[in-house]
Design a protein around this ligand. Structure first.
Ligand code: GCW
Length: 653
């Protein structure tokens, strides 16, 4: 059982260091912030578990040392075990830090048998978390927009926290799963937060100082209107000389305060945020303005592609929000600066439980791209429901726009909206920690098997876990995404959530709204026709084979059918069921699966630290209640629309 003092430690409880800490360890990491971390981690682990940090030349069980290995880069490392010695080498301190955590993950396995030299390096250069944290509590969105884990880790009482110990602990957790960049404020940049860029950069620097020893660079969300709202200029036109000078000067000062500052994140012309459209300029003009300011210092601008009309008329059937990012950005391919990265949500809509992979991914070969996923569970149960997103992300990362199975790279970076806050369990729902951990590991290696990553998380979080606990956690987590999908919006149609906060069911909640998120259910059928032949043409944004696969209901995968097509309730799926019977069956099953997961969790009470067990148990009560609400509202809605009864005669209201 976990030491109660370790609740805060998530996947790095002290016992996770037992294997390393009971060895003779030789470190030649050199000087520098991450080298310092390697030294102190090992010294602490050895002090706790009876090992020893030995001087150069002495016999050692574990050696960490610099080496010049071709192609390792700044973050890669080698690992091998020969003649009773485990050796980690790296060209940079960051690599040694990653190597150390690799050894921690392996535990005793790192010190048994022989292992030929393995080379480890991250597949994606940027592995980033975006925090939607506000400095000043926002009247509607609170301190953390879409945050379900308490307040912000970084900000409290209107300023950067004075005590950054928890930020330090956070940085350590992130380093241990491979994350190397954090944006510390909301992409919706409000009045107070705009000032972080200029007169409040000192607060950002204090946070950056704490994250640096873990190899994490700090990024800032900035408002495109900064030259106006902060600089007093009459315009923020990206082609205006005074505007360019303003950004260059502001950025120079940022780097004076934070030498390794990562760069800017920008949400422009999106949901009311200012952007280049106001000046008749393109998003390439906008992004390149900031890229030019950052370029002398090696910084990057992450420019978000979440640009769509959020004030559309629901009566207008020709506008399709799913098309928007592709339509806006593909004409700009090749026009973005080398240090501008287009940050694209993994799906074309908005982090629904099921969406196709965005057609923008793969459609801009001359543009650097980062894929954005949402660890914070805005649409997947808000950390009251267990919903492990590893399989969903893995599916998206394995998707190949040309239908191949090659391991070719989808993007330069992977970004997640963080699900962490100042909650003692970090993520509100203790099991949601698995999402954060899995994200980091998949960003390091998108080809990794998510279940193996989950095994790592379980082993680190519960060192020495008996098989019953390991099996129980798998039983609760493995299928939790599929369970959530079953009791919520069916067959990829999306939304059906309560407007505004997005928790719980409201089938027609967004049906007559300006947000572009409709399901078009009537008495005959449901779904959005996005075919090229008769619909919005969205399906044609894909390259072959996907454009053809999605074009026809005959070939479209069941799980996406209502995303791409409007079909009758009697339409027969590949599964052999009609759409209406599928809706009934999955909603009953989803609730049963949630109840079963709750039962499995209850049976683990003797193996899990009591406070953690109680927190999860309490969340399961809410999940089951809410799942039943989803089931009954969705089933009743479709019974009333269609008049088709459940083939199995179960209760529908
Ligand atoms: O998912 C939506 C959220 C908004 C968010 C927006 C975005 C930060 O509902 O709260 O704003 O996406 O990604 O910009």
């Amino acid at each position: 059982m976990t030491d109660p003092g370790d609740i805060d430690a998530a996947w790095l409880p002290s016992a996770a260091f037992r294997a390393v800490g009971s060895r003779r360890v030789l470190v030649r990491a050199g000087e520098g912030p991450q080298a310092g971390t390697v030294h102190s981690e090992l010294a602490e682990a050895c002090a706790r578990f009876g090992g020893r940090v030995v001087p150069d030349g002495a016999d050692a069980d574990l050696v960490l040392a610099p080496a010049d290995v071709d192609g390792l880069g700044d973050e890669g490392f080698t690992f091998e075990r020969r003649g009773g010695t485990t050796t980690v080498t790296a060209s940079g301190q960051r690599g040694l830090l990653h190597g150390l955590f690799h050894v921690v993950r392996l535990g005793e396995d790192a010190f048994t048998g022989e292992r030929a030299r393995e080379v480890h390096r991250p597949a994606l250069a940027t592995r980033m978390l975006d925090h939607w944290d506000n400095v000043a509590v926002h009247p509607v969105m609170g301190q953390v927009e879409r945050g379900y884990a308490g307040g912000s880790l970084f900000w409290a009482d209107g300023r950067a926290r004075g005590d950054l110990d928890r930020v330090r602990a956070y940085g350590r957790l992130l380093a241990a799963c491979g994350i190397n960049a954090v944006a510390i404020n909301n992409v919706n940049v409000h009045a107070t937060e705009a000032h972080l860029l200029t007169d409040r950069i000192g607060e950002v620097a204090a946070i950056a100082d704490v994250l640096r020893p873990y190899g994490i660079r700090t990024h800032l969300s900035v408002t495109f209107a900064a030259p106006v709202v902060l600089g007093g200029l009459p315009t923020a036109d990206p082609l205006d000389e005074a505007v360019r000078t303003w950004w260059a000067e502001a950025t120079r000062r940022v780097y004076e305060a934070i030498g390794d500052f990562g760069g800017y994140v920008v949400k422009a012309d999106s949901e009311g945020q200012p952007g280049p459209f106001a000046y008749g300029r393109s998003h390439a003009d906008g992004a390149n303005l900031l890229a030019a300011a950052l370029e002398p210092y090696g910084g990057t601008v992450h420019w978000r592609a979440f640009v769509y009309d959020h004030r559309q008329d629901w009566r207008d059937r020709s506008t399709d929000r799913a098309r928007a990012a592709y339509d806006h950005f593909t004409p700009l391919d090749g026009r973005f600066a080398p240090n501008a990265v287009l940050q694209v949500k993994h799906g074309p809509m908005d982090f629904q439980v099921r969406e196709p992979v965005s057609p923008l991914i793969g459609a801009m070969p001359r543009t650097r791209l980062a894929v954005e996923v949402q660890a914070t569970q805005e649409y997947t149960g808000q950390q009251r429901h267990v919903c492990w997103l590893g399989p969903m992300w893995s599916e998206a990362l394995r998707f190949r726009p040309d239908g191949s199975v090659s391991a070719g790279r989808l993007a330069d970076g992977l970004v997640a909206v963080s699900n962490a806050g100042d909650d003692p369990f970090w993520t509100g729902h203790p099991l949601a920690q698995a999402n954060l951990y899995t994200f980091g590991r998949l960003a390091w290696d998108p080809a990794a098997d998510p279940r193996a990553v989950l095994d790592e998380w379980i082993a680190l979080t519960h060192p020495g876990a008996p098989e019953r606990l390991v099996d129980g956690l798998h039983a609760v987590l493995d299928g939790s995404w599929s369970t959530y999908e079953k009791y919520t919006a069916p067959l990829g149609v999306g939304f059906m959530v309560q407007p505004g906060h997005h928790y719980g069911p409201s089938v027609d909640g967004y049906e007559y709204s300006p947000w572009g998120t409709y399901h078009f259910a009537d008495r005959d059928g449901v779904g959005v026709d996005r075919s090229a032949a008769t619909g919005t043409g969205y399906a044609a944004q894909y390259a072959k084979p996907w454009s053809e696969v999605y074009e026809s209901p005959e070939t479209c995968p069941d799980e996406l059918l209502l995303f791409f097509h409007h079909v009758s309730y009697g339409h027969v799926l590949h599964s052999g069921k009609t759409v209406i019977q599928h809706i009934y069956d999955t909603h009953f099953e989803g609730v049963e699966e949630a109840e079963e997961a709750r039962r499995v969790w209850a049976g683990l009470a003797d193996l899990v630290e009591p406070a953690r067990h109680a927190r999860v148990a309490e969340r399961f009560e809410e999940q089951v209640r809410c799942a039943r609400e989803w089931r009954d509202q969705v089933n009743s809605y479709f019974l009333r629309k269609s008049g088709v009864p459940d083939g199995r005669g179960r209760t529908v209201y």
